[in-house]
Design a protein around this ligand. Structure first.
Ligand code: FEO
Ligand code: CA
Ligand code: CA
Length: 640
């Protein structure tokens, strides 16, 4: 296959990974015949996996695949709502008996000195500095001492929206660039409920914006390493800012974890012909950024001048919401890659385990295990600094193992290098290339975890950026995978620190109305619940898995009948999946958390109208704005 030359315009016209690929195409497969042969020989295996999954875990769904009927009806009763139909409306659709309201929109005021969002200009750098950021993603609510602190990622910006006041939808001034920069990061805001309405508590002493300009500390093995030293930080111990914060996690001691994903798209070089190193290339760094223009106002984003700067991004960052003066901590021990979320579980023996996906075609699934053990009222500050990092290898016989990433296993000189060049380390040990690992969710009622593998059009076509082959394999069973799947694993001996596990496919998304076995999806996908590109995932306290999508919303061709991006609920015992919510036009649904009383579910709606066809949430001719919504039952009952 020959890569067609494409011209790059702005982040709004392509998805992140499309942009990445345009700028930095992956190497071509040389043994094409070999890949095709492998895909064909696996067709039988694919059926085997699904039958096994259905028979072993999905007890309520027959291996033959009951697509509608009994399991459908039972599930509706168990979930406690009547599923909603797919649609392409420019609004939120929730089941009968539920309601929703907006908690916070991009540009909403956090302090009384903030200014109201200006529809004409879409704000300035100064107004944005005092307002809720753009494109909210992962989120969590911390309730203690009578305070409800909401912490939420502001992942990125769409150029045609934030600079929609400019003729070409691009930044024209330094202030435009800075406005965009300050719309990134994390927002901490106190919220309150009064007369059935949730709102931001303006001027709360806990309100805080953490942005690409916020000072933070580097922790873990790479702290102080030469690879992290720059002109501005000769010690390699402190860094300015966090950006492209995607999913999240929370620790047992009440801190928030924010995950740096597509950090590469912000670096550029004044000389467009500047050749970046192979190490940077593996992470998608090139001489061109994705239209944000940050190097224009801050030289550290020019990789030709500061080649170590990108080594200081791509981490998980810990934030203490209850201490507004605290410095966030970059956790290098958890590795450097395009972090999606960080799902924290406590192993039976008290060790902390963090599961993490690297969202790029053909990249990997990781696990971190702390050396120390959690102590309820003790000092847990080293648990995310000292531990072992692993990457997953899946075997086609439904077993798998965690491969340790250390100098001994990878040949790198130190653990610091492993933590900076984590992708390369994982390639060296022969990890399994995956279909873009998004969120991981651990079942609170069972020792098992789930990963959303959102899609991968390159599966069976070409290797990842490191040259690792990506043939069709067990957990990634579909060539040119446009729909995605959810894979789960159960650690051996019921122990999250175990070296080995067994795995199965919980759901292979697809369109059962398509006349193609490869695209029909697994037995628990039917015409009433079909979706594509699972992304956000989280278990509720009932043990139900909430699944959010960020996929193709064309509602055409192989995606006809799926409508806008959506949120579904899965019963991991029976395999039943039902649609709970449909988002507005051209959004993705991402991020979910609950109030402590479980009577409100907070859900993120990101980039409505990314292609210019939404006015959600305010309607009329208003600018579309990413927002967090609060969903409740009309009768005030428990939700999730
Ligand atoms: Fe920010 Fe992989 O989604
Ligand atoms: Ca995501
Ligand atoms: Ca996504």
């Amino acid at each position: 296959m020959t890569e067609q030359p494409k011209s790059f315009a702005s982040p709004s016209e392509f998805s992140f990974d499309e942009i990445d690929e345009i700028i930095n195409p992956a190497p071509q497969v040389t043994g094409f015949d070999e890949v095709v042969e492998s895909a064909i020989s696996r067709r039988g295996f694919l059926c085997g996996v699904l039958a096994f999954g259905a028979g072993t875990f999905v007890t309520g769904v027959s291996p033959q695949g009951i697509r509608l009927g009994a399991t459908h009806a039972q599930a509706a009763g168990r979930f406690g709502f009547t599923p909603v139909a797919a649609n392409t409306l420019d609004t939120i659709t929730v089941p009968e008996g539920f309601n929703w309201q907006v908690l916070a929109r991009w540009g909403d005021e956090l302090w009384s000195k903030s200014v109201a969002f200006d529809q004409a200009t879409r704000g300035t750098a100064d107004s944005q500095a005092l307002a809720f950021g753009d494109n909210n993603d992962g989120m969590d609510l911390f309730e203690a001492n009578g305070r409800k602190l909401f912490v939420v990622n502001n992942e990125y910006t769409n150029t045609n929206i934030i600079w929609g006041n400019r003729e070409e939808g691009k930044p024209e001034t330094d202030d435009d660039v800075r406005k965009g920069m300050l719309a990134h990061g994390v927002t901490v805001m106190e919220i309150a409920e009064s007369d059935g309405k949730w709102s931001i508590v303006k001027d709360s002493p806990f309100n805080r914006r953490i942005t690409p300009e916020t000072e933070m500390d580097i922790t873990g093995p790479a702290r102080g390493h030469d690879l992290l030293k720059t002109a501005a930080d000769e010690a390699g111990e402190t860094v300015k800012g966090t950006w492209n914060n995607c999913g999240n996690g929370r620790t047992p001691w009440g801190t928030y974890l924010t995950c740096e994903e597509n950090f590469n798209g912000y670096f550029s070089a004044a000389d467009e012909n500047h050749e970046v190193s192979a190490e940077l290339k593996r992470y998608g760094i090139s001489s061109k950024d994705w239209g944000y223009g940050w190097a224009r106002i801050d030289e550290r984003f020019d990789v030709s001048k500061h080649p170590n700067e990108p080594n200081r991004a791509g981490y998980v960052v810990e934030i203490d919401p209850f201490d507004p003066e605290s410095r966030p901590r970059k956790l290098t021990a958890l590795g450097r890659f395009k972090h999606e979320n960080a799902e924290v579980v406590l192993a039976a023996n008290g060790q902390l385990v963090v599961y993490m996906g690297d969202d790029e075609r053909g990249e990997f699934l990781y696990r971190y295990v702390s050396n120390g053990k959690y102590s309820l009222n003790g000092n847990n500050s080293r648990l995310l600094e000292e531990g072992k990092l692993y990457v997953a290898r899946f075997a086609d016989d439904l077993t798998g193992e965690w491969l340790e990433l250390s100098p001994a296993t990878t040949g790198f000189a130190s653990q610091a290098e492993v933590c900076v060049y984590t992708r390369q380390a994982a390639s060296k040990v022969g990890a399994t290339t995956m279909d873009r690992p998004e969120w991981v969710a651990a079942n609170p009622n069972k020792v098992e975890a789930y990963v959303a593998l959102t899609n991968n059009k390159n599966r069976g076509i070409k290797p990842n950026e490191g040259g690792d082959p990506a043939p069709v394999n067990g957990p990634n069973p579909r060539a040119e995978n446009n729909y995605g799947q959810i894979v789960r694993w159960a650690p051996d001996n019921g122990d999250h620190t175990a070296k080995t596990f067994t795995w199965s496919i919980f759901a292979l998304a697809g369109n059962p109305l398509e006349n193609s076995d490869a695209n029909a999806g697994s037995a628990n996908i039917n015409s009433g619940n079909m979706f594509n590109s699972p992304d956000g995932m989280r278990f509720d306290e009932n043990g139900f898995l909430w699944i959010q999508t960020d996929g193709n919303y064309s509602d055409k061709g192989g995606f006809a009948g799926m409508g806008n991006n959506q949120m579904l609920v899965g019963d991991t015992e029976t395999g039943a999946i039902e649609r709970f919510l449909v988002g507005p036009k051209e959004c993705e649904v991402t991020g979910i958390t609950w109030s402590a009383d479980r009577r409100t579910a907070f859900v993120g709606i990101q980039h409505p109208g990314e292609d210019g066809n939404s006015h959600w949430p305010d309607g009329g001719e208003s600018v579309p704005r990413s927002a967090i919504i609060a969903i409740r039952r009309n009768d005030g009952g428990i939700i999730g």
